[in-house]
Design a protein. Structure first.
Length: 293
C-alpha cells in the first residue's frame, strides 16, 4: 500500500452524542384545586340566585329561624315559619318508594280544590273559636277583682299551633319561689279560672315550663338543673288545672324548656322569662303531636 492510503485509513471518525434535557411531566394536582374552585363558585352563585328569588317575608323568616331555631321549631314564626312549601311532584308521604304514573296532569284537581276549601273553612272556624276563648279570658280577668293584678302577667296570642296563654312571673308576685316547683297559694285561683274557661272548648292542651338563665344551685341536688325545674313547674301547672276540674285526658303533652326560649331576648335573667305556657291546640297541631309520639 502507498503512503496516501495509509494516512486515510488511520483517521477514525468521531461521533458526538448530544443529550437534550427533557422537562419532567407536570402533576395533576392543579386540576383538583381548579375543580374545587369551580365547584365553590357554582355553589356561591346558586346561593345568590336562591336568595334573590326569596321575598322579604321569607328572608325575615330564615333570619328569625337562625336567631332562635328552637322557638321557630316549637312555636312557629310570623314569616316563613307559617308557610308550607311543597315540591312539585311530591306527595304527602315523602318516604314512600312506590308510586303510580298519572296519565293526566291533574287527575283529582276538583276533589283537591274542594278539600282545600274545607280545610280553610275549618281552620278559620277554629281560629275564630280560639279568638272567642281569648276574649272570654280577658273578660274574666276584668270582671274578677282577684284577677285584676294578673293583667300584666298574662299574654295571649293565637299562633300557628293554637291559642298560647302565657303566665309570666313577676318580681313582686312570683308564681313559684326561687328554685321551687310548688305553686304559690295566690296562683291557684288563677288556674281555677283558666280551667273553667278551657272546659268550654274541646281542644286538647300542651303545657310548657320556662326558666330564666340563672343556674339552679343546690349542694344536695347537683344533678338537678333548670331542665328538671322547668319540667316540674309545667307539671305543677297541670296538677293545678286537673285539681280545678280540667279533664286530665285532654292534656296532650307536658314539657320543660329550661332557659332556651327566652321571652326577653335582651335580658336572659329577666323575671318574665320565668313563665308557664298553656297552648290550646288546633286540631291539625293535635294530630301532628299524636303522630310523632
Amino acid at each position: 500500500m502507498n503512503d496516501s492510503n495509509k494516512g486515510k485509513s488511520s483517521t477514525a471518525p468521531i461521533i458526538r452524542k448530544v443529550k437534550k434535557n427533557q422537562h419532567k411531566h407536570h402533576g395533576g394536582s392543579w386540576k383538583i384545586a381548579f375543580a374545587d374552585f369551580v365547584t365553590a363558585m357554582m355553589a356561591f352563585f346558586l346561593l345568590m340566585w336562591l336568595i334573590a328569588s326569596l321575598n322579604k317575608a321569607q328572608k325575615d323568616g330564615i333570619s328569625e329561624y337562625f336567631k332562635q331555631p328552637l322557638k321557630i321549631t316549637f312555636f312557629g314564626g310570623e314569616n316563613v315559619g307559617n308557610q308550607q312549601l311543597n315540591l312539585k311532584g311530591g306527595g304527602p308521604k315523602v318516604k314512600d318508594t312506590n308510586g303510580q304514573v298519572s296519565t293526566t296532569d291533574h287527575p283529582s284537581a276538583p276533589n283537591k280544590k274542594a278539600q282545600d276549601i274545607q280545610i280553610i273553612q275549618s281552620t278559620e272556624s277554629e281560629t275564630q273559636k280560639l279568638e272567642e276563648l281569648k276574649s272570654k279570658i280577658n273578660l274574666s280577668i276584668k270582671e274578677d277583682p282577684s284577677l285584676a293584678g294578673l293583667k300584666n302577667q298574662l299574654i295571649m296570642e293565637v299562633v300557628k299551633n293554637g291559642l298560647r296563654i302565657q303566665l309570666i312571673d313577676n318580681q313582686n308576685k312570683p308564681m313559684f319561689d326561687v328554685g321551687s316547683d310548688k305553686l304559690n297559694p295566690g296562683m291557684e285561683h288563677v288556674f281555677i279560672q283558666i280551667a273553667k274557661l278551657l272546659n268550654n272548648v274541646p281542644n286538647k292542651i300542651t303545657i310548657e315550663g320556662h326558666t330564666d338563665a340563672h343556674p339552679y344551685h343546690n349542694p344536695d341536688e347537683l344533678e338537678y338543673t333548670n331542665w328538671e325545674l322547668s319540667a316540674q313547674r309545667a307539671n305543677a301547672a297541670r296538677r293545678a288545672l286537673v285539681k280545678a276540674g280540667f279533664n286530665p285526658d285532654r292534656v296532650l303533652r307536658v314539657s320543660g324548656f329550661s332557659s332556651t326560649v327566652p321571652l326577653n331576648l335582651k335580658d336572659p335573667y329577666s323575671p318574665e322569662n320565668r313563665r308557664i305556657s298553656i297552648i290550646v291546640m288546633k286540631k291539625s297541631a293535635e294530630k301532628k303531636v299524636i303522630k310523632n309520639k
